[in-house]
Write a new protein. Sequence first.
Length: 352
Amino acid sequence: MQKVAIIIPTLNRIDFLIRTIHYYVSINSPHPLFIGDASDESSEELVLNAAQGDIEIYYYHWKNLSDRRTLIKLAEKASQTSSLNFCAFQGDDDFFISDSLEKCADFLNDNSEYATAQGRAISIELTSEGPYGDLKDFGVYWDKKELNGETAEKRLEEIIDNYWVPIFSVHRLNEFIEDISNGLETITDRNFGEYANSMTIAMRGKSKFIECFYLTRNIHSGINHESRIDWILGKDWYTSYNELISSLSSLLSRKDNLSLNYSSNFVKSKFDIFLKRGLDGNYSLKHFLKYKYSTYIIQNKFWKIISQIYRRIKYLSLFPAKNFSNRGLRSKKSKYNKEILKILNSCSKDRN
């Protein structure tokens, strides 16, 4: 069996972290947790008490350390453990399926031409913005995601044209450290940091889709995210943009033995289209109305009740779905139902 180091950076969210630990204890996960806490105060005692000695756990308090640097330091700590060769990053409010991590690691162990592996992923939203609450909604976070290009250029084109985040995939530890380190010192904007990491990982090698339920992400609609305009006007935007183009171009040139001029033109043209696509979608009338509608529902009790009834019936059908879809995920006959219930039980108010 291949164990996978589950790498978790966290900051001032001890309740979510405790929920995550309780989940892995409840499923008897064999995979060790490596936790990097950037909070002002250490929560080591709370963390170890939550683990109850039932799971392998390593806690580090690195005050104010950035999330990307935390990822690297945690992976380095994991690589010093002789029994570990693989890792996967999760947010402190997310959940991996233990058996699926093993399947992905086993595949990578037997297929050196692949850099990452992952299965299907869902998103959940609770009625509360905190760690515990009733289920509000389901969603498909990603279905079948993989990268099949034979060259770094082809794989970079694949992920830019159909963007997803392979940071959440299973990686070899030494490769993960190297990939997350690309642009670490120069790309200071957090969004560009994610893009650089995802695209660097894609250029590393192919990514394999494994037929399994792999990951659940807890989304939070009540959080006010930075607007695209605020992002672009931020002090780090222009510098980070240039550094991202430079770092990816240099990497592509080395990987595929291409001229730096060709690589720079390719990366810039593709990435500019990617950015424009994101900006156009962000300010569509559909997204604006959806946001205003959701805000009004939260503030109005009558429409809140109506929306809850609507969410209950919108997935009903004379022919219930069993596939990997929003409706299928709600079916008790879904092959994913058992694992979903374990996750929802960990989020239950009664669990708290």
